[in-house]
Design a protein around this ligand. Structure first.
Ligand code: GTP
Ligand code: MG
Length: 410
């Protein structure tokens, strides 16, 4: 049976998703490259991002016959804004979105969970800046918001920047701050006897102080990953120099399966429960009697139908009311129009009457004028006729005078 399970799992391949949360330039990409001994793509981020975003990359890794589908999600622009109040939101939303996608797949009638690419985050490496002081409020707030959604493994990044004694104090300070603020970090499980001892030892070493580097240096006759400084060399895989090996062992070799299981049984289960409750599903009725999914469905359906009917009735009432209001408005407008029409009609009649009066008086004036004109013409004719007969008489008299003078000269 165990052999069958191993063979089946190996054939199917494994899937592991890591979320790296940390300020820009804290060594997230370098650590991932060092952990998986690969060069993952990824450009350094500028410090002028308007908000925090998440960038996800999936890689297919193979070692001997074991295939691992690894997804590395990095925060972009974390800690770069002046107002960092909402920095955690996009991370929470991303984690929830992966849970939601899985839930939707689970709720489908035709489920393909076997071949489904599970993108739920199994481990969150939280990069703490090597200040040697204490945690920043951004770190505390973010970890507090994430601790019920993901397995948080806090790590002190770039720990070569802090001295040995300071590091010991810093670790104690971080742990006490996490406890006093009620932040639940992932504890390596101690219930399995085969790993109980190593895991409980490792729990006491948290948060791991790590150094990342992909540069290889020759130490003795071996090539090792290291960071070189003018005063010496920090060997990444040397347990006296840093906790990188502890992290790698815990994350990949010993507890990868537990991280996956915790994600499914604790964090996803919590998300699923809250989401289904939010949707109105429940396991028991108000009298604590079992309440099946079908009963919930029917109750919800009836509730929905009732609400629908109520809404329909309300809409109808509203419609009738609206129609009445509109009718009244229209009637009022019609009345106003009639009044206006009557007013204008009266005005028009008055104007018409005035014009007719004026026309009548003008006609009278015209008639009078015509009469006067006729009388004047008559008088003028008479005067002309009278003037004409006097002239004729005078012409005749002048003609007679001329004849008499002519006969006397002859
Ligand atoms: P962004 O993706 O831009 O947010 O940065 P990052 O967090 O991925 O950091 P990255 O791995 O690009 O490293 C930034 C710088 O820090 C590089 O110059 C690394 O060489 C250096 N660096 C990475 N790890 C360490 C470390 O452990 N110690 C020291 N001293 N420097 C490191
Ligand atoms: Mg990076």
């Amino acid at each position: 049976m165990p052999d069958q399970l191993v063979n089946k799992s190996v054939n199917h391949g494994f899937c592991f998703n890591i979320l790296c949360v940390g300020e820009t330039g804290l060594g997230k990409s370098t650590l991932m490259d060092t952990l998986f001994n690969t060069k993952f793509e990824g450009e350094p981020t500028q410090h002028n991002q308007p908000g925090v975003t998440l960038k996800s990359n999936t890689y297919e890794l193979q070692e001997s016959n074991v295939r691992l589908k690894l997804t590395v999600v990095n925060t972009v622009g974390f800690g770069d804004q002046i107002n960092k109040e909402d920095s955690y939101k996009s991370i929470v939303e991303f984690i929830d979105a992966q849970f939601e996608a899985y839930l939707q797949e689970e709720l489908k009638i035709k489920r393909t969970l076997h071949s489904y690419h599970d993108t739920r985050i199994h481990a969150c490496l939280y990069f703490i800046a090597p200040t040697g002081h204490s945690l920043k409020s951004l770190d505390l707030v973010t970890m507090k918001k994430l601790d019920s959604k993901v397995n948080i493994i806090p790590i002190v990044a770039k720990s070569d920047a802090i001295s040995k004694s300071e590091l010991a104090k810093f670790k104690i300070k971080i742990t006490s701050e996490l406890v006093s603020n009620g932040v639940q970090i992932y504890q390596f499980p101690t219930d399995d006897e085969s790993v109980a001892e190593i895991n409980s030892t490792m729990n006491s070493h948290l948060p791991f102080a790590v150094v990342g580097s992909t540069e290889e240096v020759k130490i003795g006759n071996k090539m090792v990953k290291a960071r070189q400084y003018p005063w010496g060399t920090v060997q990444v895989e040397n347990e006296n120099h840093c906790d990188f090996v502890k992290l790698r062992e815990m994350l990949i070799r010993v507890n990868m399966e537990d991280l996956r299981e915790q994600t499914h049984t604790r964090h996803y289960e919590l998300y699923r429960r809250c989401k289904l409750e939010e949707m109105g599903f429940k396991d028991t009725d108000p009298d604590s009697k079992p309440f099946s999914l079908q009963e919930t469905y029917e109750a919800k359906r009836n509730e929905f139908m009732g609400e629908l009917q109520k809404k329909e009735e309300e809409m109808r009432q509203m419609f009738v009311q609206r129609v009445k209001e509109k009718e009244a408005e229209l009637k009022e407008a019609e009345k106003e129009l009639h009044e206006k029409f009557d007013r204008l009609k009266k005005l028009h009649q008055d104007e018409k009457k005035k014009v007719e009066d004026k026309r009548k008086s003008l006609d009278d004036e015209l008639n009078m004028f015509k009469q006067k004109k006729t009388a004047a013409e008559l008088l003028q004719n008479q005067a002309q006729q009278a003037g004409g007969s006097t002239t004729l008489k005078r012409d005749k008299e002048r003609k007679n005078g001329d004849n008499a003078s002519l006969s006397s000269s002859t």
